[in-house]
Unconditional design. Structure first.
Length: 292
C-alpha cells in the first residue's frame, strides 16, 4: 500500500474495482477477514456476466478506495491469475455413521422370512471455501452481526485502517429506525467473562510500555457529554480477568503499564439509558491508543 493512501479505506460491497490502468475489472463481492487479528486480508472480486468468476485479491494490492470505486495496483492479467474463490457444498455421513460397522441394518419379518436393508444414514451438509486460508471468515453485504442479545445489525460496508489492516464494520440498519436506540445497553464482549472481548491490545515490542487510552465523542455532544453518565465505555481487563482501567467520554483518559508480550482484553459497553439521551444524539467517537 502506498504511503499516500488515506488512513481509512471504505470497502463498499458492490463497488466497482479498477485495475492498474484504471480499467474496470470487476466488483467487490466479499471481504476476507482474519478473525483472530481482526485484519482484512483479501477482497473477493467478482468478474464476468453470464459465467461469473471470483478472484481473491490481496488487500495489499489496493491503492485507494474512492466514491467511484476501489483502485488497485494489479493489472488485468495479474487479476486473472489470482486464486479463484469458490464455495463448495457437499453432504457426508454424520459422526461415526460414515465408518462401516457391523449391525448397521434394519430387519423385519415377512411371509418370506426375515428381510433386511441398510439403515438410513443421517447426513450433514458441509461447506468449504476454496481460494482462501481455512481459518478465514468471509463477510458480504447482509451478513448478520450478532451479540448476546441477538442480531444487532447487518454488514453494509467495511472500513479498514490502511496502516494496520484492522477492520471496522459499518452496520446497515435492521428495519427503518434512525439514530440512537434509547434506553438500551449493548455489550461487545462480556464484562463477566472478558475473554469474550471486543478486541485485544498486545505489546509486541521487546520492552515494557505505558499504554494511554482516550475516547472522544465526534458526534453530537449536547446530551451525551457532561451528564456524569458513561454512554460508551472501553473496559480493559488483564489475562486473569481482573479489571485494569475504564475509559469513557466522561473522563480525560487513562494509562496503565504493559510488559513485553502482554495482552489485555477490551470490552465495549454502550449505555443509552440516561434520560437526557434521545434518538437524535450521535454516540460516534474515536478511541485512541498510544504507547510511551
Amino acid at each position: 500500500m502506498s504511503a499516500e493512501k488515506a488512513a481509512l479505506l471504505d470497502f463498499d460491497v458492490g463497488a466497482r474495482v479498477y485495475c492498474a490502468d484504471e480499467e474496470a475489472c470487476g466488483r467487490l463481492h466479499k471481504v476476507v477477514v482474519n478473525p483472530h487479528t481482526r485484519e482484512v486480508t483479501d477482497l473477493i472480486v467478482e468478474r464476468g456476466f453470464l459465467r461469473k468468476q471470483e478472484r481473491v485479491l490481496p488487500v495489499a494490492m489496493v491503492e485507494r478506495a474512492a466514491e467511484d470505486g476501489i483502485y488497485t495496483s494489479m493489472d488485468m492479467d495479474g487479476l486473472s491469475n489470482l486464486p479463484e474463490y469458490r464455495e463448495i457444498e457437499f453432504e457426508e455421513p454424520e459422526g461415526d455413521w460414515g465408518k462401516p460397522h457391523q449391525g448397521n441394518m434394519v430387519c423385519w419379518s415377512s411371509p418370506h422370512g426375515p428381510m433386511c436393508h441398510e439403515a438410513v444414514v443421517p447426513r450433514v451438509r458441509r461447506e468449504v471455501q476454496e481460494g482462501i486460508q481455512s481459518n478465514r471468515d468471509v463477510l458480504e453485504r447482509g451478513t448478520p452481526v450478532i451479540n448476546s442479545d441477538g442480531e444487532m445489525g447487518q454488514v453494509d460496508h467495511v472500513l479498514v485502517d490502511s496502516t494496520t489492516g484492522e477492520l471496522q464494520i459499518d452496520f446497515g440498519g435492521v428495519g427503518t429506525a434512525q439514530g440512537v436506540n434509547v434506553d438500551s445497553v449493548y455489550e461487545l464482549g462480556d464484562p463477566a467473562d472478558p475473554t469474550t472481548r471486543a478486541f485485544n491490545i498486545t505489546n509486541q515490542d521487546g520492552v515494557a510500555h505505558t499504554i494511554n487510552l482516550n475516547y472522544t465523542v465526534t458526534g453530537s455532544t449536547t446530551n451525551v457529554v457532561g451528564n456524569n453518565h458513561n454512554a460508551t465505555e472501553f473496559q480493559v481487563y488483564d489475562s486473569s480477568g481482573s479489571h485494569v482501567v475504564t475509559v469513557s467520554e466522561e473522563d480525560s483518559g487513562a494509562s496503565f503499564s504493559m510488559a513485553s508480550g502482554e495482552s489485555v482484553a477490551v470490552v465495549v459497553v454502550v449505555d443509552s439509558t440516561h434520560a437526557q439521551i434521545d434518538q437524535n444524539d450521535d454516540l460516534s467517537g474515536i478511541f485512541q491508543v498510544t504507547a510511551t
